[in-house]
Ligand binder design. Structure first.
Ligand SMILES: [Fe+2]
Length: 366
């Protein structure tokens, strides 16, 4: 038995951002959340200004990458004073996650920090719109908002159905001209979503369609997207959307848990850490995913998925786990952080315990 649910309306197309006006037409007091640089530097803010002309709105540009709970809480607190009717996030995964949480938490009496790594059911009363400017997180169609807490050494999502935006505006033109690292890391993140959802115990025939086709798109188009080729940019936005759809129902797995822990420990960007752990995790799963991977090889027309993936990531300049040269202490810490996510570990395709994971990382040679 399985079920599928995703309530977000997706509008996809080149130049679609110029239709933002229509999407937010019924609302006044619009809060636009962005990061501090891209929207200004790219001139996108001028388009936003033009689209919201005549409306009462505010631009909040203090959302930082890999946001910690205090960054997110500041945005929520600002919104509590401003009292928006509509929240629009324009940016990468960090901005979208934050804007979704702002929309969900703005009229609630509790703080964000207590819900990191937890599911909470809420009624959202504010309209929520997400506009991705990178192709990777798929956050515009997921119920997850990832938040980091350095003191408690955790990076995990606040999960809620209320976090699904009302509308996702996917305009591939917004990703044009993004720097190499941003495009690569986001693309690798999209790949990790498709792969983790594919291997998840919660995978179903619908998530599998998105997973397989998403992977096919990343393998075919990411390198051309890095050369800023418009068709490839469009296909990568589709891959990111597919990855988001896949994890929205099937969830992520150990690659994400290890990657989040590495970001807590070393501050590395999310997509980059996904690339580092993809191959090691598949090796750790071993026989438990052999059959699934054979099926994937047939679907993608690839002879040996693990070898293919390894080459693909190397060509993109993603280092092997050992190249990080983590100390024994750091590896122990990494595993400790992962083990805090006990309920997620139960959904992995293979049983993984603390001792086994630490031993695997200590002896890993790739
Ligand atoms: Fe991710």
């Amino acid at each position: 038995m399985w079920s599928w649910r995703n309530p977000t309306e997706v509008r996809f197309g080149e130049g679609l951002f110029r239709g933002l006006k229509k999407v937010v037409e019924p609302f006044d007091r619009i809060l636009v959340l962005t990061g501090p640089t891209f929207v200004k530097k790219s001139g996108l803010i001028n388009v936003i200004e033009e689209q919201l002309k005549g409306k009462e709105w505010h631009w909040y540009d203090e959302v930082l990458p890999e946001p910690t709970w205090d960054v997110v809480q500041r945005a929520v607190d600002f919104a509590r004073d401003y009292k928006p009717r509509c929240v629009v996030g324009v940016g990468g995964g960090s901005v979208l996650d934050t804007s979704k949480l702002v929309a969900s938490f703005v009229d609630k009496p509790f703080g964000v920090r207590d819900f990191i790594g937890k599911r909470v059911e809420l009624e959202r009363s504010v309209f929520s719109v997400c506009v991705p400017t990178t192709s990777g997180s798929g956050s515009e169609v997921t119920p997850y908002c990832v938040v980091m807490d350095r003191e408690r050494e955790i990076k995990a999502p606040v999960t809620s159905s209320a976090n699904y935006p009302d509308v996702a505006l996917d305009d591939p033109a917004l990703t044009r001209g993004a720097p190499f690292e941003v495009t690569r890391n986001a693309g690798v993140d999209a790949l990790s979503h498709c792969l983790e959802a594919y291997l998840s115990r919660r995978a179903n025939p619908v998530t599998e369609l998105f997973s397989v086709d998403g992977m096919r798109l990343v393998f075919k188009y990411l390198k051309n997207a890095l050369r800023d080729e418009p068709v490839a940019r469009r296909k990568m936005m589709l891959a990111s959307l597919y990855g988001g759809f896949a994890i929205s129902n099937a969830g992520a797995g150990l690659i994400h848990q290890l990657g989040h822990a590495l970001t807590v420990l070393k501050g590395l960007s999310h997509g980059y850490t996904m690339g580092i752990f993809m191959v090691p995790v598949l090796e750790l799963y071993g026989d438990a995913v052999r059959e699934r991977l054979s099926r994937l090889e047939r679907a993608l027309g690839i002879k040996y998925f693990l070898g293919f993936l390894n080459r693909f990531l190397k060509e993109l300049g993603i280092p092997g786990f050992n190249e990080l040269s983590l100390s024994e202490e750091e590896k122990r810490k990494l595993v400790k952080i992962v083990m805090k996510r006990e309920h997620v570990l139960k959904l992995l395709p293979a049983t993984v315990d603390e001792y086994q994971l630490l031993k695997f990382l200590e002896e890993y040679e790739g």
